[in-house]
Design a protein around this ligand. Structure first.
Ligand SMILES: [Zn+2]
Length: 298
């Protein structure tokens, strides 16, 4: 089965040596002969992350090189993914990676970046994060970047963006995705999407990768695989059958659904979707085909 995961912070975790070298995503865990795995790997921009030399982006691009030398296979389209191989797709979490220059979008596209979150939790020249407030929507450089992203077929990722920025995009003919966000209706949290936001995303044929972080799945920060599936089921009820997928946030989180601790465990989620009666077709859509379809339409 094709299995796509639209968000992981493995590049930054490996660069900063989080988790003492024990990571949620490992090469061998993506090498399951019966599956074709596509794992997004974000260039993650922490606060003040660009104010160092070499920049945090350069550091993570170097790490990507090392990973490719280890056998990771970088792809730009889902079609390029090889069965049983550790396919990775480069993404951005924080528009600072563009260096406040619209040419930065072209440079990142040339590196293979296929989707970019405009902000992480730090305000920047593109927009304001949900955790900071709702004073401003998309900023002037944000619009420049978004328009250039559309030209180079890079998806606009609204995970972490505030509500005003989200609606700004929807009102200006952008078909965004959320690479790692859950449903507010099941867990009210600034990082999650309300039913109105989810319906709007589904109406324009956007995409939502559901985050595995227990703190976004339940207010008590306790979750199992069934609760994660409840978020997916809720989104399907809102019209998202063709738009929902996985956005684990592996290597960026510290609380997991029981039994879903690493990239190696993701097939358990597929088994449980089938057991819960999602059916073969819908399970395949959620596991990977929805993201493939979305990315090809960008
Ligand atoms: Zn994130």
């Amino acid at each position: 089965m094709l299995i796509c995961d639209t968000h992981a912070d493995t590049l930054c975790a490996r660069t900063k040596h989080w988790n003492d070298g024990v990571y949620d995503v490992r090469r061998e865990w993506l090498m399951q002969p019966e599956h074709t795995r596509v794992q997004a790997m974000a260039l993650f921009i922490p606060p003040k992350g660009m104010e160092q030399t070499p920049t945090i982006v350069d550091e993570q691009l170097e790490e990507l090189k090392r990973m490719k030398a280890e056998g990771f296979h970088q792809i730009r389209t889902v079609d390029e993914a090889l069965p049983g191989q550790p396919n990775i797709m480069l993404t951005i979490e924080g528009g600072e990676a563009f260096g406040d220059r619209v040419e930065g979008v072209d440079e990142m596209a040339a590196q293979g970046v296929r989707l970019a979150a405009l902000t992480w939790n730090t305000p920047n020249a593109l927009g304001q994060p949900a955790l900071v407030g709702n004073d401003t929507g998309i900023k002037p450089f944000g619009w420049q970047a978004v328009r250039r992203m559309q030209q180079v077929h890079m998806a606009v990722d609204v995970s972490h963006l505030n509500v005003r920025g989200f609606w700004d995009l929807l009102e200006h003919d952008v078909r965004p995705m959320a690479s790692h966000s859950c449903a507010w209706a099941l867990c009210p949290n600034e990082r999650n999407l309300t039913d109105d936001q989810l319906r709007a995303l589904f109406e324009v044929d956007g995409f939502v990768g559901v985050n595995f972080y227990a703190g976004f799945l339940s207010p008590e920060c306790k979750a199992d695989i069934d609760l994660l599936i409840d978020h997916m089921a809720h989104m399907c009820e809102l019209g998202g059958e063709h738009c929902v997928g996985f956005g684990s946030d592996f290597d960026g989180i510290d609380a997991y659904p029981e039994g879903l601790r690493t990239a190696n465990d993701v097939p358990k989620l597929i088994d449980r979707l089938l057991e819960r009666g999602f059916g073969q077709k819908l399970t395949e859509q959620i596991a990977g085909l929805n993201f493939k379809r979305y990315l090809e339409s960008i």
